[in-house]
Design a protein around this ligand. Sequence first.
Ligand SMILES: [Zn+2]
Length: 364
Amino acid sequence: MVTAHGAVETPVFMAVGTRATVTGLTPDDLREVRAQVVLGNTYHLMLRPGMETFERVGGIHRFMTWDGPVLTDSGGYQIFSLSADREMSERGAVFRAYTDQRKHMLSPERSIQMQAAIGSDIMMVLDECVDSRADEATVRTAMERTHRWALRSLAARENSAQALFAIAQGGVVRELRKQSAGFLREHPFDGFALGGLAVGDTRSQREDITHFATELLPVERPRYLMGVGTPPDLLLAIAAGVDMFDCVLPTHMGWQGTAFTSTGRVRITRGAHRDADVSLDADCACNTCKNHSRSYLHHLFKSSEPLGPRLLSLHNLHHYNDLMADARGAIEAGAYVAFMRRKLQEIDRHEHGPASDSVDAASV
Ligand SMILES: [Zn+2]
């Protein structure tokens, strides 16, 4: 995938940098863990620092000193999840901001205007997100409005060089997913996202709909599964044809003391790691694993030192990006399915197998 700030190899995992920062990490850190794309959020950035800042500075790349590709989410999901005090209408959403308690308006046009000021390489249309467990009529109404908003976003974009992705909705209803993909693919979007998943649906529903809905979207355009997920989620979605992912898991889990490793998840705060003079993951080439022991990381967390979360976040992003690089290699070798099965088995054995309890103890 080619963007205004360089080429991106897919499948790609994008680092979540909601507020123009991947918490605790510098742009050099991001390059070090081989992050390809940073994902910012229009809802948060319009509230703080605000559009004027991006206009003054000349966009997010200069503001955060990141010269790689940036994707901005439109804010639809945040209005759905963060604003209890909101009114949705055909025009857009009026919501009360958590920053200043004032009322703000986010419409498809306003979201594009904001994303144009942010200067992201890939903009997302504003969508109306509803809980997957809502009744079919509610899911249908939100989907139809999302389609109308997608066309308004396309018109508002005018002749901007920034790419614009549509978001297919339809909850977990196959017929609606078919209608949404069928409608959106008739219009000149640069890519397509699957929205409305991981909002109340079960894991098997999500896997089923991901497979079903991805195949309905044009194969020659990037297909992006929003907000998902764990390494097994990613592996399965790649098999379904998904090219792009974002998720807060590797960074959030890192800040909470959990590492994703080649031998499953490691909770570094557990007592078993207190005297473990071994690296976090023997199979990982990141700086955390090259330079520091589990014992030291355990100590940092126990002492509430900010370096601990930082080192674990770095490792987790490196781990996710490694997984994507291995997946790309397997796809190029024409051996993805075998690769995926082996990886899923490994993860399953380490996290759920009879030896899972001894994973951590084994390092003592
Ligand atoms: Zn590592």
